[in-house]
Ligand binder design. Structure first.
Ligand SMILES: [Zn+2]
Length: 295
């Protein structure tokens, strides 16, 4: 089916859930942001993307910042944390950061306190994805989740701490250092399971180590896939619709083609981080194109 244009204003937060095997997965919210529409759409003509994600007068489009909570028995997992609160007013303005919700607030709405979280899994270390895992308290930077083991791609941790590269503005070392210094951070590579049935696949393309994260990939019942910035919104499901931020477009096209094909074939439930209106949805193949079915 064809979905309508993205909302121009943040819709109210609803803690909707889906299941994947024994996992209950709930959409959280760390608010919204606005980024330049052209940057979000790369070589896709504005005459096309303006109809799908209508821009404001400053050419920005509204994006969700949507972490997910995955609970299975004693495992309380946060997948991606959000942009966080450590932002000067100047940068809040430039990136259109709208604190309509916070990660902690939406977690508490689900009955989960930060101390209850056992695992925090990041797909990559861009600041709009990992900023919320570190909070400032009394001038000190501390982990938001004091009892959680944190996971992030090894190459992303390295890139986040290395200054002076082309994509350095997309990273902040202090989003990872306070976690790493306390020995709470496990780097991962290749295909890695933080827990049985929770699997990270390092793909690259969008960034050096961006990953998709699957839940219940081999088990009976549904499988879910967290698309991260590999497929940032439900409007970006055709393989050539690649953001201008991506560092390796050829690789992005290859991994997007393969994983969208796989998700469609297997009927996986997609979890979307930046889509304003659709936290969940499936990909289907219709002829040579992909179609989106809201979940
Ligand atoms: Zn990113």
């Amino acid at each position: 089916m064809t979905i309508g244009p993205a909302s121009l204003e943040p819709p109210p937060y609803l803690p909707r859930s889906v299941r994947a095997g024994a996992w209950e997965i709930t959409a959280l919210s760390d608010g919204h942001m606005r980024l330049d529409g052209g940057s979000m759409w790369g070589v896709v003509p504005a005459s096309m993307w303006r109809a799908w994600t209508p821009p404001a007068s400053d050419h920005t489009i509204l994006l969700a910042l949507r972490p997910f909570l995955a609970v299975r028995g004693k495992d309380v997992v946060v997948i991606e944390v959000g942009i966080g609160s450590r932002w000067e007013p100047k940068w809040r303005g430039i990136y259109g950061i709208l604190a309509t919700e916070t990660l902690e607030g939406s977690l508490r709405a689900c009955g989960v306190a930060p101390g209850d979280v056992t695992h925090v899994v990041a797909s990559h270390c861009h600041w709009d994805h990992v900023g919320a895992q570190v909070v400032e308290r009394g001038g000190k930077l501390e982990p938001l989740f004091p009892n959680a083991r944190h996971f992030a791609p090894k190459v992303e941790i390295e890139v986040a701490k290395r200054p002076g590269h082309a994509r350095a503005p997309s990273y902040r070392a202090e989003d990872v250092r306070p976690i790493e210094e306390r020995g709470m951070l496990t780097p991962y590579e290749g295909t890695f399971e933080p827990l049985p049935g929770l699997r990270c696949h390092v793909l690259g393309g969008h960034s050096d180590g961006v990953s998709v994260i699957t839940l219940n990939e081999d088990g009976a019942g549904e499988t879910a896939i967290f698309w991260s910035d590999v497929v940032p919104t439900a409007h970006h499901i055709q393989p050539p619709y690649i953001m201008a931020y991506d560092i390796d477009v050829v690789r992005s096209f290859d991994v997007r083609s393969r994983w969208l094909e796989r998700a469609a074939k297997e009927g996986w439930t997609g979890l979307f981080y930046h889509d304003v209106d659709h936290p969940f949805g499936r990909i289907a193949k219709v002829g040579r194109r992909f179609a989106f079915e809201p979940g």
